[in-house]
Design a protein around this ligand. Structure first.
Ligand code: NAP
Length: 261
């Protein structure tokens, strides 16, 4: 049983849907005060309202994580509403597919700006408050794609997600004297609105390549984030946790076919 996080102030970027909404709901169910962040305020507010209807404490904030001023305002809003920031889930991300040889620099920059610069800007904006609380926690949502695996159509995405880990390892050293930890969850394929937009054929083929024969749920990822955010995880920093139903394990298609399932 982990120490209670009731009353702690949590920011979840990309909290309005998908994995971020799962994190927002799980943290709120544990009694945390959650700031749900996305570019679309109506969608973020719908998620915050649903959490409040379940008895949780949540409010919404509109910010583009790729915009430094937006992200500073986001941190200020959490400070004003909750009196501090204990936990940052830097989760916002995009994954539009584009083959490398057809990719424009604008497409590349859009993904790097949201996924990699967005993580840096979110962390930088929240660190002063995270340091003040004495046990600040940062959880990045990276991916298996990039750090461990590759997939045609996602060179920009893979670079952003691997880049997050390089950022994290050095940030961990800079943040340790401030009493702040930073770790990353690496989801496999998780059933979210964003994944649904890739089409049912993608989801079905992906499911077949996962040893546990199912896509991840947003709660699968949220509980890993909750662990990194706990007091008990205070001696862990700069580390990763893969949550993928065993997806990265088979050495070949044959290995999956030879499983007794
Ligand atoms: P999703 O369903 O598309 O949700 C993305 C969330 O991020 C939304 O709340 C969206 O809200 C927000 N967002 C996007 N761009 C933003 C920006 N520039 N500023 C602020 N918020 C922004 O995606 P998901 O599948 O839950 O993925 C969430 C994270 O998990 C991403 O970092 C993704 O790379 C990672 N991940 C997902 C999977 C998967 O299988 N689903 C696997 C590995 C890693 P607005 O559009 O309103 O801004």
């Amino acid at each position: 049983m982990l120490t209670s996080i009731a009353g702690r102030s949590v920011i979840v970027t990309g909290g309005s849907r998908g994995i971020g909404r799962g994190m927002a709901r799980v943290f709120a169910a544990k009694g945390a005060q959650v700031l749900v962040v996305g570019r679309d305020l109506a969608q973020a507010e719908a998620t915050a309202a649903a959490i409040r209807a379940e008895g949780g404490h949540a409010s919404s904030f509109a910010a583009d994580v790729g915009d430094a001023e937006d992200v500073e305002r986001m941190a200020a809003a959490a400070l004003e509403r909750h009196g501090g920031i204990d936990i940052l889930c830097a989760n916002a991300g995009v994954f539009p597919a584009a083959r490398m040889m057809e990719m424009t620099l604008a497409q590349w920059n859009e993904v790097l700006s949201t996924n990699l610069a967005g993580a840096f800007l979110s962390v930088r904006a929240c660190v002063p408050a995270l340091a003040s609380c004495g046990r600040g926690r940062i959880v990045l949502t990276s991916s298996i794609t990039g750090p461990i695996t590759g997939y045609p159509g996602w060179t920009h995405y893979a670079a952003s997600k691997a880049g997050q880990l390089g950022f994290m390892r050095t940030a961990a050293l800079e943040l340790t004297p401030l009493g702040v930890t930073i770790n990353a969850v690496l989801p496999g394929n998780v059933r979210t609105e964003g994944l649904d937009e890739l089409g049912e054929a993608y989801a079905a083929k992906m499911t077949a390549s996962i040893p546990q024969a199912r896509l991840g749920s947003v709660e699968d990822i949220a509980y890993a984030a909750l662990f990194f955010a706990s007091d008990e995880a205070g001696y862990i920093t700069g580390q990763t946790l893969v949550i993928d139903g065993g997806q990265v394990l088979p050495e070949s298609l044959m290995a999956i076919q030879d499983m007794d399932r």
